[in-house]
Design a protein around this ligand. Structure first.
Ligand SMILES: *Cc1c(COP(=O)(O)O)cnc(C)c1O
Length: 243
């Protein structure tokens, strides 16, 4: 396990790489946000990251988020990046900054219902299964336009972009192609004017491929192990939230 000092160092290194790759890709580094994926990490590690200036954290299980969020100062952002079960939506409120895993109509309906009750609007990303990996969540590319067409019927949900997870065994070249396809989908659909939809964000790239994701247009990169070291249990993004 990494020592406390090295979380600070790793974070600085990841930030340095983000700036470097952004500049090389002729992008403004301030248009790329680093989310520290803190799933399975103890609070002390999140506090260390907070001390080093990190404010945006991402969790993949509702239960874990519920336990951790109150322990950190309330200027933190919390992004939910894991499969979200509809029966867990009742635990969420405005302290969730963004839900990255909107992947089905039933979740859209449930979010809308609780958004109405809480008098709030959820910021979401539609998860797209670019790799067409049967083990992964997300809409198929060809389903996305229909889905976005319905978002206007659910006024308590806004879609702000897309999220994808690369395939586990993909080469870096294949991963780049997946990211490129997501960006291309975004560019194609951006000109359509759907209510409740503004496709400004692309959440793509993790520890192994965030540099490629930035080169291909990512605005949100989700980095866990490169900041915190390896996870304490073997949990993957396939683990349903709160299970
Ligand atoms: C765990 C996880 C990450 C971070 O993965 P690392 O390889 O540790 O950077 C990013 N996105 C999702 C959806 C995850 O579940």
């Amino acid at each position: 396990m990494l020592t406390k000092a090295s979380i600070t160092q790793s974070l600085a290194e990841v930030r340095r790489r983000i700036v470097q790759v952004a500049v090389c890709s002729k992008r403004d580094p301030s248009t790329i946000r680093l989310l520290a994926v803190s799933k399975t990490q103890p609070i002390s590690n999140l506090e260390e990251a907070y001390q080093a200036g990190q404010r945006a954290f991402a969790e993949n299980r509702v239960q874990e988020w519920l336990e951790k969020a109150p322990s950190l100062p309330n200027d933190c952002e919390w992004h939910l990046v894991g499969k979200l079960q509809t029966n867990k939506v009742k635990y969420l409120d405005q302290s969730v900054t963004m839900i990255h895993s909107l992947d089905r109509f039933s979740l859209l309906e449930t979010l809308n219902e609780y958004g109405e009750r809480r008098k709030m609007i959820w910021a979401t990303l539609v998860q797209v299964n670019i790799a067409r990996d049967p083990a992964k969540a997300g809409l198929m590319i060809e389903e996305v336009a229909d889905f976005l067409n319905s978002v206007g019927d659910y006024p308590h949900v806004r879609v702000q972009g897309f999220m994808t997870i690369g395939a586990v065994e993909a080469s870096l070249a294949e991963t780049r192609e997946f990211f490129r396809q997501l960006r291309c989908l975004r560019d194609t659909l951006q000109s359509r004017k759907w209510s409740g939809v503004d496709l400004r964000e692309l959440s793509m790239g993790m520890s192994g491929d965030f540099e490629i994701a930035i080169e291909e247009g990512a605005t949100l990169v989700r980095v866990g192990s490169r900041i915190f070291g390896s996870r304490l249990e073997s949990l993957t993004e396939l683990t349903p939230m709160g299970s």
